[in-house]
Design a protein around this ligand. Structure first.
Ligand SMILES: N[C@@H](CCC(=O)N[C@@H](CS)C(=O)NCC(=O)O)C(=O)O
Length: 213
């Protein structure tokens, strides 16, 4: 059955791979699943056709036959659960990999998102200059603890898994602020993720969309 995902018609990042369709493309590449992409123009995101795919009118979504999913975490978990390559066979190791997916989305991504909010969305607010350092310190605190846990391991829990795919995807969003590079082992971890052939294919595919004439 054909898999169709949605992505921005033009990503605000111009193709840096930070929009969340990249993590879905990456999961599909890791598991060898071909897919189509429906590009959603900004002015159609909150229209009924797209709201039926995602009640919040956001990308990415995932369609496969009758199944329609939204939320990048749920989509990656669905892909990882149905195709080999992203979750270990051992039940406990599988549960831990899923835990890392949730950790990336619930314990790490929210603080990183605040950087974007402070730097872009609230940049004209009177408190913006005072708020950014506070936000960055909160990210530093989280990344410091993650850095301690990773230590000098290649991946978070044994072999590369959907947990790493999600954590690397989330950490990439901290890189433009410079804060990721304050943690050399995390920067190297992200670079290992980016070096994976499946990530490279996913990145190239979104870049082609976002740099087309
Ligand atoms: N929690 C959602 C967040 C989705 C999200 O924030 N998508 C962004 C692009 S990465 C979006 O569609 N932004 C446009 C909008 O909210 O109108 C997920 O992980 O899929």
């Amino acid at each position: 059955m054909t898999i169709t995902i949605t992505a921005f018609d033009r990503s605000p990042d111009g193709g840096k791979g930070l929009a969340r369709d990249t993590r879905i493309r990456w999961a599909l590449e890791e598991t060898g699943q071909p897919y189509d992409v429906r590009l959603v123009p900004r002015d159609e995101m909150k229209e009924p056709a797209h709201l039926r795919r995602n009640p919040f009118g956001q990308i990415p979504t995932y369609e496969e036959g009758e199944l329609v999913l939204f939320e990048s975490g749920a989509i990656v978990l669905h892909i990882a659960s149905h195709h080999a390559g992203l979750l270990p066979d051992d039940a406990n190791a599988r549960a831990r990999a899923i835990t890392w997916m949730f950790a990336a989305l619930n314990s790490v991504e929210p603080s990183i998102l605040e950087i974007f909010i402070a730097r872009i969305l609230e940049r004209d607010q009177p408190w913006a200059t005072d708020r950014l350092p506070v936000v960055l310190d909160r990210v530093r605190e989280r990344l410091g603890l993650l850095s301690d846990r990773l230590g000098d391991a290649d991946w978070l829990d044994g072999a590369f898994s959907a947990g790493d795919l999600m954590m690397v995807s989330v950490l990439l969003r901290a890189r433009p602020s410079g804060v990721l590079d304050e943690f050399p082992n995390l920067a190297a971890y992200v670079a290992r993720g980016e070096a994976r052939p499946a990530y490279q294919r996913a990145f190239a595919a979104q870049l082609a969309v976002n740099t087309r004439p």
